[in-house]
Design a protein around this ligand. Structure first.
Ligand code: GUN
Length: 292
């Protein structure tokens, strides 16, 4: 069994990006600038955005963090999005999700200029992704594809089961893994909360991807021996033994599944760092697309 070390793979990507920044500096070109909007104080969102800003620092990108109280009105947020769309110094930006219930996430996502939508959540980028046209790929699925590619995992002809059909992970990933490409060419099953016989379906998976946000959902009896397991779950559970009082738990019961599989991504240190690395790659791409 091999651990899919997302932390190490992401560090490699960051170092490649840092070199690209150095080269841009030598060439007298603009340094990529990522902005992030964070609404409220949700612990998971705060730590994700903090990691995104810190990845910018490590690579040498500029970054700007814009924070609002959870009570912010939708109009204020939409105005800020429009302002960032116009701001020539900003190459790409994200609005961290989820947003408070009184704000329409789709409206906010659609207000982002697709050329600056480095999260790849705008309908135009998602549409381009489906048609295999140039655009920004959503960060978590793109990070998983990079993790698969950089660890030389064969995908062609494999049965891939994805559990979870969210707009930002399961649904786009099902398109990417099913397309005629390498990685790709999988036969993809997109399973979800209404799927019957989930255990039997999972037992047929050469590649099993868990993205449902239910801690320890995938157990050893659901896993085919030798399967590749990718765990997208990141649920915070209380842990009084830790100073901070919680730990991150994935969707896969790691201890019992790991001995059965060929590759497995851990939580933390698997998909999470790859999501951030993909966002950084998209930010450089946003800059390059402007021809600067
Ligand atoms: N919430 C969970 N994942 C993501 C992500 O990749 N981008 C944003 N903006 N919000 C998220």
């Amino acid at each position: 069994m091999t651990i899919l070390d997302g932390k190490a793979t992401a560090a490699q990507i960051r170092s490649e990006l840092a070199q690209a920044v150095q080269q841009r500096k030598l060439d007298g070109k603009k340094i990529p600038h990522l902005a992030a909007i964070l609404v409220g104080n949700d612990g998971g969102s705060v730590s994700y955005v903090t990691s995104k800003v810190s990845a910018c620092d490590q690579i040498g990108f500029e970054s700007t963090l814009i924070r609002y109280d959870a009570s912010v009105q939708e109009d204020i947020l939409l105005d800020k999005v429009r302002q960032l769309n116009e701001d020539k110094s900003i190459d790409g930006f994200i609005v961290q999700l989820p947003l408070p219930a009184h704000i329409d996430e789709l409206k906010v996502t659609q207000a982002i200029d697709p050329k600056k939508d480095v999260d790849g959540f705008h309908p135009r980028n998602l549409g381009n992704m489906i048609l295999n046209l140039p655009g920004f790929l959503p960060a978590t699925p793109a990070g998983i594809m990079a993790l698969i590619e950089r660890n030389n995992i064969e995908t062609e002809g494999k049965n891939c089961v994805i559990i979870g059909r969210s707009n930002i992970v399961g649904t786009p990933l099902s398109i990417m893994l099913g397309r005629n490409a390498n990685p790709g060419n999988c036969t993809v099953t997109l399973a979800h909360s209404r799927t019957s016989n989930l255990k039997d379906i999972c037992l047929n998976a050469d590649i099993l991807i868990a993205a449902i946000g239910q801690p320890n959902f995938v157990t050893a009896d659901m896993v085919k021996p030798g399967a590749v397991i990718i765990d997208v779950g990141t649920t915070r559970v209380e842990d009084p033994s830790r100073e901070r009082g919680w730990r991150l738990v994935g969707d896969v019961k790691f201890d019992e599944v790991a001995p059965k599989c060929s590759f497995i991504s851990p939580v933390p240190g698997g998909v999470g760092p790859m999501t951030i690395a993909s966002l950084m790659m998209n930010t450089l791409k946003a800059m390059e697309l402007k021809g600067k």
